[in-house]
Ligand binder design. Structure first.
Ligand code: SF4
Length: 247
């Protein structure tokens, strides 16, 4: 179902278009330096802790051409400095691979650093073209155990593993991320397996991010049942202990 939707790329006057949820300018959390983060709409996963469930569905009202997106990014270029650039996030940017590739192609022509913030949810024959224009992959590994992954995301882990294999084959610069959800991902076995995965796929960095419930109001306003009520954010001490395991 999702692949069909992904291939359903709209053209306006021959131009490649995508569904763009929003922009964040001068973000410092999604890649090196100061960045413009472009959130694309549509995601096949249903992570129980998602703080952007409003990006799950593609929205016909949010359609932009790749060139329009690039022009917005280019305006911020003076602020990127030596290490900043653009990060494509979502949602799941791999759901609009052809559009993402065109945005990155325009950025690379203008020597703008490109980062792809993804969960590796979809791999097609077009993914390699996108990765060849990607300077940095930031890959969110929701869980290291297949069953727990499925339970947390309602989505199988297979695509993620294929995506990581492809990143390795293309020798991509890779950062790995995981959200630490108490009772779900905060166990030693999972963190040690994450460390093994980082080694296997030559990741240069692992970031553990504490779960927070800031997005719950969006679930409530969309009328989607939230299943993590009562889950607290991990403490600084707990995060420190888990980070110690990665050393
Ligand atoms: S992959 Fe990201 S956008 Fe998609 S459901 Fe999970 S947290 Fe939300």
């Amino acid at each position: 179902m999702w692949c069909n939707e992904m291939n359903d790329i709209k053209k306006q006057n021959g131009a490649l278009c995508g569904s763009v949820h929003s922009f964040e300018t001068l973000g410092a959390l999604d890649g090196p330096g100061m960045r413009t983060v472009v959130f694309l709409s549509g995601c096949p996963m249903r992570c129980r802790y998602c703080h952007n469930p409003d990006t799950w569905e593609k929205n016909e009202k949010e359609v932009m051409t790749a060139s329009e997106v690039f022009q917005k990014i280019k305006r911020m270029k003076p602020y990127f400095g030596k290490s900043g650039g653009i990060t494509l996030s979502g949602g799941e940017p791999l759901l609009q691979t052809e559009f993402a590739t065109e945005v990155f192609r325009l950025c690379k022509e203008d020597r703008i650093h490109t980062a792809l913030d993804t969960s590796g949810a979809i791999v097609t024959e077009q993914t390699e073209s996108l990765l060849k224009l990607t300077d940095l992959v930031i890959c969110d590994i929701k869980h290291t155990d297949q069953d727990a992954f499925l339970d947390l995301t309602s989505y199988p882990m297979d695509s993620l593993l294929s995506f990581l294999e492809l990143c390795k084959r293309l020798n991509k610069r890779l950062w790995i991320r995981q959200v630490i959800v108490p009772g779900i991902t905060d166990n030693q076995e999972n963190i040690l397996k994450l460390k093994d995965m980082a080694k296997k796929y030559d990741a240069e960095k692992i970031e553990l991010l504490p779960y927070h419930s800031h997005g719950v109001y969006k679930w409530e306003s969309l009328g989607i049942p939230y299943t993590l009520y009562g889950t607290k954010s991990p403490t600084e001490e707990e995060m420190k202990q888990l980070n110690e395991l990665l050393k």
